[in-house]
Design a protein around this ligand. Structure first.
Ligand SMILES: Cc1cc2nc3c(=O)[nH]c(=O)nc-3n(C[C@H](O)[C@H](O)[C@H](O)COP(=O)(O)OP(=O)(O)OC[C@H]3O[C@@H](n4cnc5c(N)ncnc54)[C@H](O)[C@@H]3O)c2cc1C
Length: 421
């Protein structure tokens, strides 16, 4: 790269999206500073299920979603719950979410998601290798399990969407499922294995390794909280932080759920909402599924992590500020005992840890990737909702292409920040 093309780029947020974006920008020869208000990888990227699922093309809002809303409002422990007191503030997002679930829109969203997810793990692996973190990534597939053929049939439209987007899988009956994972409850009668998928056994360690490698290779990590942008005409001159300005001629907003006020500061009101999710981990529980396994009805994933068995998932719509409802994490333990009867009935509490994180979600399940309205020097990379781990590498590569003035390999039109206007 010639000196003229070399830019000083500030990436705001050291979650999985910011870490991958900063790594790719560095590889393009830019001078990169990663601005993080806390520690790398301690936002949503900390406690997720760790899955790199190229197959996650099914949007959250699907046709027929409306009839489920009353149920979500009355069952605080269901797979998807809405806190009634938050409903008035949530309403505009929820209405857009429901409207996003028409068959035509869903087909468009799934196509766009596939373009961003496809071979994401192949894009990620070189970064992982350079960071010396290969031992944290496995590629053994992702297993979905069902308790009845009727519930598998209910998911038909989701599997059709996956098939329409070139995703293939293997199906297992009850006996074959038992052979695949002898620990699984006999209540499961159907399994679907998507082999292209992979996972990490420690998302936090993975993000930390990527950031350490970024620093080793000449990137700068600064611990500051970004609050706005300094522009001269339409050109960026710096990112304003609580305690001063970080000089930069380009910037990326990759601050997860906290990206919303930063984009608003540039005149882009993006409808970003937290889909709060929980995990519960059991150290030495005696069960460690080789392949991450999703209970398709109860909407949680069991992943064997370095620190124990992690049960992660479900959605709670209650805003950023409400305290966690730890009962929602505890129900994951009940569900997991239904999944793996061998999980002992009694654990000392010292073997259990719980966590809550904020998925940064848009109503149409598509992330926001593109330039801000006020200046082309600031690029957005947020709103990855349920699939930030899976998209991170391809998003990071795409943003690095944009900042370098290259044509992006992925069509970013579906992720346009202006689509909500
Ligand atoms: C229970 C659960 C399970 C999940 N499972 C999966 C899964 O299996 N696979 C998958 O693909 N995805 C999964 N996800 C989703 C995934 O975790 C997220 O999409 C992803 O972590 C988002 O990453 P991010 O970098 O955008 O945000 P974050 O990880 O939240 O990072 C944002 C960073 O920005 C920093 N920051 C914020 N504001 C500022 C500021 N003003 N200045 C400086 N720094 C700032 C924060 O401190 C934070 O470090 C799951 C999520 C949850 C909650």
């Amino acid at each position: 790269m010639g000196d003229q093309a070399k830019r000083t780029v500030a990436v705001i947020g050291a979650g999985v999206i910011g870490a991958c974006t900063a790594s790719f920008l560095l590889r393009k020869g830019h001078d990169v500073v990663l601005i993080e208000r806390g520690e790398p990888g301690e936002g949503a990227s900390f406690g997720n299920a760790g899955c790199f699922n190229g197959s996650s093309v099914v949007p959250m809002s699907m046709p027929g979603i409306l009839r489920n809303v009353p149920k979500w409002c009355v069952d605080p422990l269901g797979p998807l719950a809405i806190r009634i007191g938050y409903l008035p503030r949530l309403a505009p997002w929820l209405i857009s979410f429901i409207r996003a679930g028409t068959p035509a829109k869903v087909a468009h969203q799934a196509r766009a998601l596939r373009s961003l997810l496809h071979q994401g793990i192949d894009t990620l692996l070189p970064l992982v290798r350079d960071a010396g973190a290969q031992q944290l990534v496995e590629r053994l597939g992702h297993l979905f399990v069902y308790r009845s053929l009727a519930s598998f049939a209910k998911d038909r439209s989701a599997w059709q969407l996956r098939s329409d987007n070139g995703i293939t899988w293997d199906e297992f009956d009850a006996d074959q499922l038992r052979q695949l994972d002898p620990n699984l409850s006999h209540a499961y009668v159907k399994g679907v294995l998507v082999r292209e998928n992979g996972h990490t056994t420690d998302p936090h360690a993975l993000v930390s390794s990527l950031v350490r490698a970024f620093e080793r290779d000449g990137g700068r990590l600064v611990r500051r909280r970004a609050v706005g942008f300094d522009l001269s005409q339409e050109r960026l001159v710096g990112v304003r932080c609580v305690d001063g300005v970080v000089a930069a001629d380009a910037a990326v907003i990759a601050a997860g759920i906290w990206s919303k006020p930063l984009a608003a500061a540039l005149g882009d009101p993006v409808p970003l909402e937290t889909e709060r999710g929980y995990h519960l981990m059991i150290r030495d529980g005696g069960v460690a599924p080789r392949i991450p396994t999703a209970d398709a009805e109860k909407k949680f994933v069991a992943t064997a992590m370095r620190g124990g068995l992690r049960l992660a998932g479900t959605v709670e719509l209650a805003g950023l500020d409400a305290p966690p409802n730890w009962e929602r994490a505890r129900i994951l333990l009940v569900a997991a005992r239904g999944m793996y009867p061998k999980l002992g009935a009694h654990f000392g509490e010292d073997r259990i840890t719980t966590w809550m994180g904020h998925r940064p979600s848009t109503p149409d399940s598509l992330p926001v990737i593109g330039r801000s309205r006020r200046t082309g020097d600031v690029v957005y990379a947020f709103g990855h909702g349920h699939i930030g781990m899976s998209c991170a590498a391809n998003t990071g590569r795409t943003v690095a292409e944009l900042i370098s003035g290259e044509r992006t390999a992925i069509d970013i039109a579906p992720f346009d920040p202006q689509r909500f206007r």
